[in-house]
Ligand binder design. Structure first.
Ligand SMILES: [Zn+2]
Length: 207
């Protein structure tokens, strides 16, 4: 499916480079972490913000389509895309001497936003957070972000975040998603892409 849909089909755009990793977690089906660099996508901080936002909005949504709009997509979204927090995703962090805060490591519930807006890119990447808030209403704060066509074909949980940068922050950000053994290779790959000034580097992470 990867080759057919993402490489040849270019659902998210022309894939210039990619990396994926199959992971197993206890008692659940395998899942894939996939990084894709999309050619000629806008770059946050360089391109106009509205171009970056349009690029995201054309590919990523958290909509829950009605049964009338698309019954199959409605069923897939309500069955697979609604995140329920568990011990696996909840992380407790010490904020001060007596204050502990528990948060979902996937950022649920995700913030309500009237439209898609870019955040501070460098700060977000350093904190390993998304560089934008996706347009989202109250009833969608637990929906994993997805591309509708990709989800229809994949028929399993999907999270499609976009990030975009032209600095080494990208290499650090990406390296956090790969295993220790692959880290050197991934950093070389990032550097090759960053060195190529003709094509800005972008990536989607699918996991
Ligand atoms: Zn959670």
């Amino acid at each position: 499916m990867f080759n057919k849909v993402l490489i040849k089909g270019q659902i998210l755009g022309q894939v210039r480079e990619f990396y994926y990793e199959k992971e197993y977690q206890a008692r659940v089906a395998p899942h894939y972490q996939c990084l894709m660099w999309i050619a000629n996508a806008p770059v946050a901080g360089k391109s106009r913000a509205e171009d970056v936002v349009r690029f995201i909005d054309e590919r990523v949504t958290c909509n829950i389509p009605s049964e009338d709009t698309c019954l199959e997509l409605h069923e897939i979204v309500t069955r697979y895309q609604l995140h329920k927090c568990s011990n696996y995703c909840k992380k407790t962090r010490k904020c001060s001497k007596n204050l502990f805060v528990t948060k979902c490591k996937f950022g649920f519930p995700r913030p309500v936003s009237e439209k898609t807006v870019l955040k501070n890119v460098q700060q977000s990447m350093k904190a390993e957070k998304k560089i934008y808030h996706l347009k989202r209403s109250e009833e969608k704060v637990r929906v994993n972000d997805y591309d509708p066509l990709l989800l229809l074909l994949w028929k399993a949980i999907l999270d499609v975040p976009f990030t975009s940068e032209c600095s080494l922050a990208l290499a650090d950000y990406v390296s956090n998603y790969v295993t220790e053994a692959e880290r050197g290779h991934m950093q070389d790959l990032c550097q090759d892409i960053l060195d190529d000034r003709g094509i800005y580097s972008k990536l989607f992470r699918i996991g």
